[in-house]
Design a protein around this ligand. Structure first.
Ligand SMILES: Nc1ncnc2c1ncn2[C@@H]1O[C@H](COP(=O)(O)OP(=O)(O)OP(=O)(O)O)[C@@H](O)[C@H]1O
Ligand SMILES: O=C(O)C1=C[C@@H](O)[C@@H](O)[C@H](O)C1
Ligand SMILES: [Mg+2]
Length: 171
């Protein structure tokens, strides 16, 4: 089975994905890392040199390739479910999970990282929270389409294990 972790930047997709893959013996793929390796540049450089629409096409194609894997956790990019037919594709290929994180935690985690995240690079300590709030309003309808919603302050390994066990019972 394939498990797709979705959610806003800084919600912990890479953190939990890596951790659960190790704990439950699954492959782990981080879509942003896959793209950076393939393109030979960072996501920030990709946004600068090719622009966001080109990045979104590269992201769509990388996701499509991930969908042919099995027994893996895929940590998606923060915008992945919001572009092209990515949400539909993930829903068809496996289990979609939304990692929902409070605004305050996102601000605290993202503030030191502005330089590595092109979507928020233009913000600062005064404008980041407002910008995230607006983006979340835009993106939550997509995240809501995930089958499972995990509120990250209370998240444990056991939450993911329950999904794994359910999938095993149904396979
Ligand atoms: N439960 C947690 N405990 C401690 N640190 C955490 C936890 N969840 C996330 N973090 C930390 O918060 C930061 C952001 O998490 P992470 O990089 O996993 O987010 P992401 O959802 O993959 O973001 P992006 O979409 O930008 O790739 C990292 O420094 C990570 O180590
Ligand atoms: O939220 C977003 O749109 C993004 C999140 C990151 O994971 C990267 O995929 C990229 O920086 C875009
Ligand atoms: Mg990540």
């Amino acid at each position: 089975m394939l498990y797709f972790l979705n959610g806003f930047m800084g919600s912990g997709k890479s953190y939990w994905g890596r951790r659960w893959a190790t704990a439950f013996d699954l492959e782990f793929h981080d879509l942003d890392d896959v793209i950076e390796r393939q393109e030979g540049m960072t996501i920030s450089e990709l946004f600068k040199t090719k622009g966001e629409p080109a990045f979104r096409r590269i992201e769509r194609d990388a996701l499509a390739r991930m969908c042919s894997k099995s027994n893996a956790i895929i940590a998606c990019g923060g915008g992945t479910p919001c572009f092209h037919d990515n949400m539909k594709r993930m829903s068809r290929a496996g289990i979609t999970i939304w990692l929902k994180t409070p605004l305050e935690a996102l601000v605290e985690r993202l503030l030191p990282e502005l330089g590595h995240r092109p979507v928020i690079a233009h913000t600062n300590a005064d404008t980041l929270a407002g910008f995230i709030e607006g983006k979340l309003a835009e993106r939550e309808p997509f995240y809501h389409r995930c089958v499972y919603h995990f509120y990250t302050p209370y998240l444990t390994d056991e939450n993911f294990k329950k999904i794994l066990d359910k999938c095993k019972r149904h396979s």
